[in-house]
Design a protein around this ligand. Structure first.
Ligand code: SF4
Ligand code: SF4
Length: 341
């Protein structure tokens, strides 16, 4: 890999043009099919998402290159340890108790969100589970509800992206927060089972049966940004997701529209920072929906060689600590002014 330094003297990501030449050993493992085709880039008709990454390597076209990334990650002791010995909560789910506790959907919603926050989540929202969020090969029973949790990252650590074998801070921060999200979701699911309802937790980095980004948007956890990740009105893009699906009666939250999408139409920060020009200035049609979309084929090799990259979410202005609430207020003020004209 040939990369010019992408960090300034404080270890923060800065906007520099970076040359990247992928490891030929990795390039040789790429499948002939484009990841963008699997994702449905350019398709005008709706279909459910197909599995593309973070799945059983034997079941996806990019399995060999994904395994290359995992092997490379695991050869660094700190990375191996963070998932092997990190606390991801109870390994086995508790049994569902036989007698259901009764309460109103409003009360259950308030209680389960408070419980998730107590268990380490910073954000919690609820949506009706849309079967269209499930991967196309998923045959699980669709539960009526999904609770999506968000765990805030330490931005100082995230902002040291990209990581390398020697500079592990940013990738370790991501892994640590995936572990915290897994723990919060598993403990929340166990609490729900203790009330007599079905509950199953899902946590990264491996993908479960559901694409969590649209679910998190429906739960009110944020808007989709140009970098293909959520932007939350408190934490920007500096957070990770986990989830619980359940049949406990709940009440859905509503999507949060505070102007991040509009902000993205005028901002180029992540485009300029991405070393492999994977982020584009225009929304694209993806499986029948026009939205911000990151070029999978351009991103993936740099992502793999930097143990998960993370530059685009680190440089996003919304991710800077304390900035997102002010930007949200500014965007909402602008909207109010426009409505008065
Ligand atoms: S994660 Fe991918 S899209 Fe984001 S900056 Fe890195 S290479 Fe670019
Ligand atoms: S860096 Fe700018 S364009 Fe990119 S996601 Fe953040 S706000 Fe949107």
């Amino acid at each position: 890999m040939s990369v010019e330094s992408g960090k300034n003297q404080k270890g923060r990501v800065k906007k520099v043009k970076t040359r990247f030449t992928a490891d030929p050993g990795q390039t040789a493992l790429l499948p002939s099919i484009s990841g963008n085709s699997i994702n449905g880039q350019g398709e005008t008709d709706f279909r459910r998402p197909a599995r593309v990454y973070w799945h059983n390597p034997d079941a996806i076209p990019h399995g060999d290159v994904q395994q290359w990334m995992v092997d490379r990650f695991n050869r660094v002791e700190d990375f191996r340890e963070v998932y092997a010995s990190g606390d991801r909560g109870p390994k086995q789910p508790d049994p569902v108790v036989q007698t259901r506790v009764r309460d109103t959907a409003q009360n259950w919603s308030a209680r389960v969100k408070a419980l998730a926050l107590e268990q380490g989540a910073n954000l919690a929202g609820i949506a009706e589970l849309d079967p269209d969020w499930q991967f196309d090969d998923c045959t699980d029973d669709v539960q009526p509800w999904i609770i999506v949790l968000g765990v805030a990252m330490d931005h100082e650590r995230l902002a040291q992206a990209p990581s390398s074998d020697e500079d592990t801070v940013s990738a370790l921060e991501v892994a640590d927060k995936y572990n915290r999200g897994a723990r919060a979701a598993a403990l929340t699911a166990n609490w729900i089972r203790g009330q007599g309802y079905y509950a199953q937790s899902h946590a990264g980095p491996w993908a479960g049966p559901i694409t969590l980004t649209p679910a998190a948007m429906a739960c009110g956890l944020g808007e989709l940004g140009k970098h293909g990740n959520l932007i939350n009105r408190q934490y920007g893009s500096s957070f990770r997701l986990s989830a619980v699906v359940t049949d406990m009666p709940l009440v859905a939250d509503v999507p949060d529209d505070f102007g991040a999408d509009d902000f993205c139409t005028r901002c180029q920060v992540c485009i300029n920072a991405c070393p492999v020009t994977a982020i584009t200035d225009d929304k694209q049609m993806v499986r029948g929906v026009e939205k911000w979309y990151v070029d999978f084929d351009r991103c993936i090799q740099y992502f793999n060689e930097t143990h998960g990259c993370g530059i685009c979410i680190a440089v996003c202005p919304w991710s800077r600590p304390g900035t997102a609430p002010k930007l949200a207020e500014k965007m909402l003020r602008r909207r109010r002014r426009q409505q008065l004209k």
